[in-house]
Write a protein that binds this ligand. Structure first.
Ligand code: PMT
Length: 317
Protein backbone atom coordinates (compact mmCIF):
# COMPACT_ATOMS: atom_id res chain seq x y z
CA UNK A 1 0.00 0.00 0.00
CA UNK A 2 1.36 3.39 -0.95
CA UNK A 3 2.22 5.54 2.09
CA UNK A 4 0.92 9.13 2.09
CA UNK A 5 4.38 10.67 1.83
CA UNK A 6 6.83 7.95 2.76
CA UNK A 7 7.33 9.38 6.24
CA UNK A 8 6.20 7.98 9.59
CA UNK A 9 4.76 10.14 12.38
CA UNK A 10 8.08 10.17 14.34
CA UNK A 11 9.06 8.54 17.65
CA UNK A 12 7.87 11.33 20.02
CA UNK A 13 4.48 11.49 18.38
CA UNK A 14 4.18 7.69 18.28
CA UNK A 15 4.94 7.60 22.00
CA UNK A 16 2.31 10.28 22.70
CA UNK A 17 -0.27 8.37 20.66
CA UNK A 18 0.60 5.07 22.35
CA UNK A 19 0.23 6.74 25.73
CA UNK A 20 -3.27 8.09 24.95
CA UNK A 21 -4.39 4.68 23.77
CA UNK A 22 -2.84 2.77 26.66
CA UNK A 23 -4.41 5.15 29.18
CA UNK A 24 -7.84 5.06 27.54
CA UNK A 25 -10.58 2.99 29.14
CA UNK A 26 -11.60 0.21 26.75
CA UNK A 27 -14.47 1.09 24.43
CA UNK A 28 -17.85 -0.15 25.60
CA UNK A 29 -19.10 -1.98 22.54
CA UNK A 30 -22.65 -1.92 23.86
CA UNK A 31 -24.27 -1.84 20.45
CA UNK A 32 -21.69 -4.02 18.65
CA UNK A 33 -20.50 -1.02 16.73
CA UNK A 34 -17.48 -2.69 15.07
CA UNK A 35 -19.71 -5.39 13.60
CA UNK A 36 -22.32 -2.89 12.44
CA UNK A 37 -19.57 -0.83 10.83
CA UNK A 38 -18.03 -3.83 9.10
CA UNK A 39 -21.38 -4.95 7.69
CA UNK A 40 -22.06 -1.40 6.47
CA UNK A 41 -18.68 -1.02 4.76
CA UNK A 42 -18.82 -4.52 3.26
CA UNK A 43 -22.04 -3.56 1.48
CA UNK A 44 -20.23 -0.74 -0.30
CA UNK A 45 -16.96 -2.47 -1.13
CA UNK A 46 -16.04 -3.14 -4.76
CA UNK A 47 -15.75 -6.84 -3.90
CA UNK A 48 -19.44 -6.90 -2.93
CA UNK A 49 -20.32 -5.15 -6.18
CA UNK A 50 -20.96 -1.89 -4.30
CA UNK A 51 -18.07 0.32 -5.33
CA UNK A 52 -19.66 3.33 -3.67
CA UNK A 53 -17.64 6.22 -2.25
CA UNK A 54 -17.76 6.34 1.55
CA UNK A 55 -17.13 9.35 3.75
CA UNK A 56 -16.52 9.28 7.49
CA UNK A 57 -17.76 12.57 8.95
CA UNK A 58 -16.67 13.43 12.48
CA UNK A 59 -18.96 15.93 14.15
CA UNK A 60 -19.48 17.62 17.52
CA UNK A 61 -17.05 18.25 20.36
CA UNK A 62 -15.15 15.75 22.50
CA UNK A 63 -15.19 15.95 26.31
CA UNK A 64 -12.27 15.58 28.70
CA UNK A 65 -13.40 13.92 31.95
CA UNK A 66 -11.92 15.31 35.18
CA UNK A 67 -12.87 12.26 37.25
CA UNK A 68 -12.97 8.56 36.36
CA UNK A 69 -16.51 8.35 37.76
CA UNK A 70 -17.20 11.47 35.81
CA UNK A 71 -19.26 14.28 37.31
CA UNK A 72 -17.35 17.13 35.69
CA UNK A 73 -15.70 17.50 32.31
CA UNK A 74 -14.17 20.07 29.95
CA UNK A 75 -16.01 20.41 26.66
CA UNK A 76 -15.08 21.56 23.16
CA UNK A 77 -17.42 23.83 21.26
CA UNK A 78 -19.30 22.39 18.28
CA UNK A 79 -23.05 22.20 17.71
CA UNK A 80 -22.61 19.46 15.08
CA UNK A 81 -24.51 21.51 12.49
CA UNK A 82 -21.62 21.46 9.98
CA UNK A 83 -21.24 17.68 10.14
CA UNK A 84 -24.99 16.96 10.00
CA UNK A 85 -25.58 19.25 7.02
CA UNK A 86 -22.56 17.83 5.19
CA UNK A 87 -23.85 14.27 5.76
CA UNK A 88 -27.12 15.12 4.00
CA UNK A 89 -25.33 16.63 0.99
CA UNK A 90 -22.86 13.74 0.70
CA UNK A 91 -25.75 11.25 0.69
CA UNK A 92 -27.47 13.33 -1.98
CA UNK A 93 -24.22 13.15 -4.00
CA UNK A 94 -24.28 9.33 -3.85
CA UNK A 95 -21.91 8.68 -0.93
CA UNK A 96 -22.44 6.34 2.00
CA UNK A 97 -21.83 8.17 5.29
CA UNK A 98 -20.25 6.94 8.51
CA UNK A 99 -21.37 9.62 10.97
CA UNK A 100 -19.09 9.66 14.04
CA UNK A 101 -20.82 12.17 16.29
CA UNK A 102 -21.01 13.51 19.81
CA UNK A 103 -24.13 12.32 21.61
CA UNK A 104 -26.59 15.22 21.82
CA UNK A 105 -25.15 17.19 18.86
CA UNK A 106 -27.14 17.87 15.68
CA UNK A 107 -27.96 14.77 13.62
CA UNK A 108 -28.50 14.51 9.85
CA UNK A 109 -32.08 15.42 8.76
CA UNK A 110 -32.93 17.06 12.09
CA UNK A 111 -31.73 20.58 11.26
CA UNK A 112 -35.06 21.67 9.85
CA UNK A 113 -37.12 20.13 12.65
CA UNK A 114 -38.55 22.14 15.58
CA UNK A 115 -36.79 22.13 18.98
CA UNK A 116 -39.12 19.50 20.42
CA UNK A 117 -39.40 17.24 17.37
CA UNK A 118 -41.17 14.36 19.06
CA UNK A 119 -43.93 16.60 20.40
CA UNK A 120 -44.07 19.13 17.60
CA UNK A 121 -43.72 16.86 14.55
CA UNK A 122 -46.50 14.56 15.63
CA UNK A 123 -50.18 15.47 15.73
CA UNK A 124 -53.43 13.72 16.47
CA UNK A 125 -56.18 13.47 13.88
CA UNK A 126 -59.89 13.54 14.80
CA UNK A 127 -59.80 9.80 15.59
CA UNK A 128 -56.77 10.24 17.89
CA UNK A 129 -54.42 8.56 15.41
CA UNK A 130 -50.89 9.93 15.50
CA UNK A 131 -49.49 11.29 12.24
CA UNK A 132 -46.46 13.28 11.14
CA UNK A 133 -47.05 16.98 10.45
CA UNK A 134 -46.56 17.98 6.81
CA UNK A 135 -43.80 20.46 7.74
CA UNK A 136 -41.66 17.60 9.14
CA UNK A 137 -42.55 14.90 6.63
CA UNK A 138 -39.84 15.71 4.08
CA UNK A 139 -36.98 15.36 6.60
CA UNK A 140 -38.46 12.18 8.08
CA UNK A 141 -38.81 10.64 4.58
CA UNK A 142 -35.24 11.53 3.62
CA UNK A 143 -33.86 10.10 6.88
CA UNK A 144 -35.69 6.79 6.44
CA UNK A 145 -34.66 6.57 2.78
CA UNK A 146 -31.00 7.04 3.76
CA UNK A 147 -31.16 4.38 6.47
CA UNK A 148 -33.18 1.92 4.37
CA UNK A 149 -30.71 2.39 1.50
CA UNK A 150 -27.81 1.61 3.89
CA UNK A 151 -26.35 5.05 3.19
CA UNK A 152 -26.06 6.23 6.80
CA UNK A 153 -24.61 4.67 9.92
CA UNK A 154 -24.43 6.72 13.13
CA UNK A 155 -21.71 6.03 15.70
CA UNK A 156 -21.88 8.10 18.91
CA UNK A 157 -19.00 9.21 21.17
CA UNK A 158 -18.69 11.49 24.19
CA UNK A 159 -15.13 11.56 25.52
CA UNK A 160 -11.82 12.16 23.78
CA UNK A 161 -10.90 8.56 24.68
CA UNK A 162 -13.93 7.17 22.86
CA UNK A 163 -13.47 9.49 19.89
CA UNK A 164 -9.84 8.59 19.25
CA UNK A 165 -10.38 4.85 19.56
CA UNK A 166 -13.43 4.97 17.31
CA UNK A 167 -11.68 7.13 14.72
CA UNK A 168 -8.87 4.59 14.55
CA UNK A 169 -11.31 1.69 14.11
CA UNK A 170 -13.30 3.51 11.42
CA UNK A 171 -10.23 4.74 9.50
CA UNK A 172 -8.65 1.28 9.54
CA UNK A 173 -11.90 -0.36 8.50
CA UNK A 174 -12.10 2.05 5.54
CA UNK A 175 -8.54 1.32 4.41
CA UNK A 176 -9.61 -1.41 1.92
CA UNK A 177 -11.76 1.18 0.12
CA UNK A 178 -8.55 2.90 -0.97
CA UNK A 179 -9.19 6.20 -2.74
CA UNK A 180 -12.96 5.71 -2.56
CA UNK A 181 -12.70 6.55 1.15
CA UNK A 182 -12.87 10.08 2.48
CA UNK A 183 -12.37 11.49 5.98
CA UNK A 184 -14.15 14.78 6.71
CA UNK A 185 -12.84 15.71 10.16
CA UNK A 186 -15.15 18.46 11.38
CA UNK A 187 -15.27 17.36 15.04
CA UNK A 188 -13.85 19.81 17.56
CA UNK A 189 -11.25 17.63 19.24
CA UNK A 190 -9.77 18.39 22.68
CA UNK A 191 -6.16 19.53 22.60
CA UNK A 192 -5.52 18.70 26.27
CA UNK A 193 -6.58 15.80 28.47
CA UNK A 194 -5.95 14.11 31.79
CA UNK A 195 -4.46 10.62 31.39
CA UNK A 196 -6.79 8.04 32.91
CA UNK A 197 -4.24 6.79 35.44
CA UNK A 198 -3.61 10.28 36.86
CA UNK A 199 -7.32 11.16 37.08
CA UNK A 200 -9.17 11.27 40.42
CA UNK A 201 -11.42 8.23 40.75
CA UNK A 202 -14.21 9.92 42.70
CA UNK A 203 -15.87 13.32 42.50
CA UNK A 204 -13.32 16.03 43.30
CA UNK A 205 -14.24 17.67 46.60
CA UNK A 206 -14.68 21.44 46.63
CA UNK A 207 -13.90 21.52 50.38
CA UNK A 208 -10.25 20.85 49.47
CA UNK A 209 -9.90 24.43 48.16
CA UNK A 210 -8.84 25.69 44.72
CA UNK A 211 -8.29 23.05 42.07
CA UNK A 212 -4.86 22.57 40.54
CA UNK A 213 -4.58 20.11 37.71
CA UNK A 214 -2.16 19.42 34.88
CA UNK A 215 -3.49 18.61 31.46
CA UNK A 216 -1.36 16.76 28.95
CA UNK A 217 -1.38 17.56 25.25
CA UNK A 218 -3.45 15.28 23.02
CA UNK A 219 -1.24 14.33 20.08
CA UNK A 220 -2.77 15.11 16.69
CA UNK A 221 -3.81 11.82 15.11
CA UNK A 222 -3.78 13.28 11.63
CA UNK A 223 -0.30 12.09 10.62
CA UNK A 224 -0.76 8.49 11.74
CA UNK A 225 -4.17 8.51 10.11
CA UNK A 226 -2.56 9.51 6.79
CA UNK A 227 0.47 7.24 6.98
CA UNK A 228 -0.97 4.14 8.60
CA UNK A 229 -4.67 3.99 9.37
CA UNK A 230 -6.02 4.89 5.92
CA UNK A 231 -3.17 6.06 3.67
CA UNK A 232 -5.15 6.39 0.43
CA UNK A 233 -8.25 8.04 1.83
CA UNK A 234 -8.98 11.63 0.73
CA UNK A 235 -8.43 13.59 3.93
CA UNK A 236 -10.00 16.89 4.90
CA UNK A 237 -9.35 18.50 8.24
CA UNK A 238 -10.79 21.72 9.65
CA UNK A 239 -9.05 24.68 11.21
CA UNK A 240 -11.08 26.83 13.59
CA UNK A 241 -9.73 30.12 14.90
CA UNK A 242 -11.24 33.20 16.50
CA UNK A 243 -8.48 35.50 15.18
CA UNK A 244 -8.82 35.91 11.40
CA UNK A 245 -5.20 37.17 11.18
CA UNK A 246 -3.73 33.75 11.95
CA UNK A 247 -6.39 31.52 10.37
CA UNK A 248 -4.97 30.97 6.88
CA UNK A 249 -1.41 30.62 8.08
CA UNK A 250 -2.47 27.94 10.59
CA UNK A 251 -4.57 26.13 7.96
CA UNK A 252 -1.65 26.15 5.55
CA UNK A 253 0.66 24.79 8.26
CA UNK A 254 -1.78 21.96 9.04
CA UNK A 255 -2.10 21.13 5.33
CA UNK A 256 1.66 20.69 4.96
CA UNK A 257 2.49 19.20 8.34
CA UNK A 258 -0.23 16.52 8.29
CA UNK A 259 -0.27 16.05 4.49
CA UNK A 260 -4.00 16.73 4.28
CA UNK A 261 -5.60 16.96 0.84
CA UNK A 262 -7.55 20.00 2.01
CA UNK A 263 -7.94 22.07 5.13
CA UNK A 264 -11.20 23.95 5.58
CA UNK A 265 -10.41 27.19 7.40
CA UNK A 266 -13.22 28.80 9.37
CA UNK A 267 -13.61 31.59 11.85
CA UNK A 268 -15.95 31.11 14.78
CA UNK A 269 -18.12 34.20 14.13
CA UNK A 270 -18.52 33.75 10.37
CA UNK A 271 -18.39 29.94 10.07
CA UNK A 272 -21.99 29.73 8.86
CA UNK A 273 -21.43 32.31 6.11
CA UNK A 274 -17.99 31.56 4.71
CA UNK A 275 -15.16 29.03 4.81
CA UNK A 276 -11.90 28.98 2.88
CA UNK A 277 -10.72 25.71 1.38
CA UNK A 278 -6.94 25.56 1.50
CA UNK A 279 -5.08 23.17 -0.83
CA UNK A 280 -1.44 23.13 -1.94
CA UNK A 281 -2.30 25.19 -5.04
CA UNK A 282 -5.26 27.32 -4.07
CA UNK A 283 -7.23 29.12 -1.41
CA UNK A 284 -10.88 28.88 -2.44
CA UNK A 285 -13.48 30.98 -0.58
CA UNK A 286 -16.86 29.25 -0.32
CA UNK A 287 -19.92 31.34 0.61
CA UNK A 288 -23.51 30.71 1.53
CA UNK A 289 -25.87 31.99 -1.16
CA UNK A 290 -27.30 34.98 0.70
CA UNK A 291 -30.08 35.47 -1.87
CA UNK A 292 -31.67 32.21 -0.61
CA UNK A 293 -32.95 32.46 2.98
CA UNK A 294 -32.55 28.73 3.75
CA UNK A 295 -29.16 28.31 2.10
CA UNK A 296 -26.07 27.14 3.93
CA UNK A 297 -22.34 27.05 3.29
CA UNK A 298 -22.17 23.25 3.54
CA UNK A 299 -23.95 22.73 0.19
CA UNK A 300 -21.34 24.52 -2.00
CA UNK A 301 -18.57 23.18 0.24
CA UNK A 302 -19.65 19.57 -0.27
CA UNK A 303 -20.07 20.17 -4.04
CA UNK A 304 -16.48 21.40 -4.23
CA UNK A 305 -15.15 18.50 -2.15
CA UNK A 306 -17.03 15.88 -4.19
CA UNK A 307 -15.50 17.37 -7.34
CA UNK A 308 -11.95 17.34 -5.88
CA UNK A 309 -12.41 13.78 -4.62
CA UNK A 310 -13.47 12.61 -8.11
CA UNK A 311 -10.37 14.23 -9.60
CA UNK A 312 -8.23 12.52 -6.94
CA UNK A 313 -9.71 9.13 -7.85
CA UNK A 314 -9.51 9.69 -11.62
CA UNK A 315 -5.92 10.94 -11.52
CA UNK A 316 -4.81 7.65 -9.99
CA UNK A 317 -6.76 5.24 -12.15
O1 PMT B 1 -20.39 22.12 14.71
P1 PMT B 1 -20.60 23.56 14.29
O2 PMT B 1 -21.16 24.39 15.41
O3 PMT B 1 -21.39 23.66 13.01
O4 PMT B 1 -19.14 24.17 14.02
C1 PMT B 1 -18.30 23.58 13.08
C2 PMT B 1 -16.83 23.68 13.55
C3 PMT B 1 -16.47 25.14 13.72
C4 PMT B 1 -16.63 22.94 14.87
C5 PMT B 1 -15.97 23.00 12.41
O5 PMT B 1 -16.16 23.68 11.21
C6 PMT B 1 -14.47 22.98 12.78
O6 PMT B 1 -13.74 23.91 12.52
N1 PMT B 1 -14.01 21.83 13.38
C7 PMT B 1 -12.60 21.66 13.81
C8 PMT B 1 -12.37 22.39 15.11
C9 PMT B 1 -11.05 22.07 15.71
O7 PMT B 1 -10.94 21.26 16.58
O8 PMT B 1 -10.01 22.71 15.18
P2 PMT B 1 -8.48 22.45 15.68
O9 PMT B 1 -7.70 23.53 15.17
O10 PMT B 1 -8.41 22.23 17.17
O11 PMT B 1 -8.12 21.05 14.98
C10 PMT B 1 -7.78 20.96 13.62
C11 PMT B 1 -7.99 19.53 13.12
O12 PMT B 1 -7.18 18.62 13.85
C12 PMT B 1 -9.42 19.07 13.23
O13 PMT B 1 -9.80 18.50 11.98
C13 PMT B 1 -9.43 18.02 14.34
O14 PMT B 1 -10.32 16.95 14.03
C14 PMT B 1 -7.96 17.55 14.35
N2 PMT B 1 -7.45 17.30 15.71
C15 PMT B 1 -7.55 18.25 16.67
C16 PMT B 1 -7.01 18.02 17.93
C17 PMT B 1 -6.37 16.79 18.16
N3 PMT B 1 -5.84 16.54 19.35
N4 PMT B 1 -6.29 15.87 17.19
C18 PMT B 1 -6.81 16.10 15.97
O15 PMT B 1 -6.72 15.25 15.08
Amino acid sequence: MEPADGSSPGPALEEGIASVFSSAPALMETDGFSNRLKEFLDLHSVAAGGGRKVVCITSGGTTVPLEQRCVRYIDNFSSGHRGAAAAEYFIEAGYAVVFLYRIGSVLPYTRSLPDEPLLECLELDDDSNIRVRKSCAEAVKKYHAAVAGNLLIKLPFTTIFEYLQMLQIVAQAMKPLGRYAMLFLAAAVSDFYIPWQSMAEHKIQSASGPLDMRLVQVPKMLSILRTEWSPLAFCISFKLETDSKILLEKADMALRKYKMHMVVANELQTRKEEVIVVTLDEKIPVHRDKSQPDSDVEQPLVELIVDKHSTYINNHR
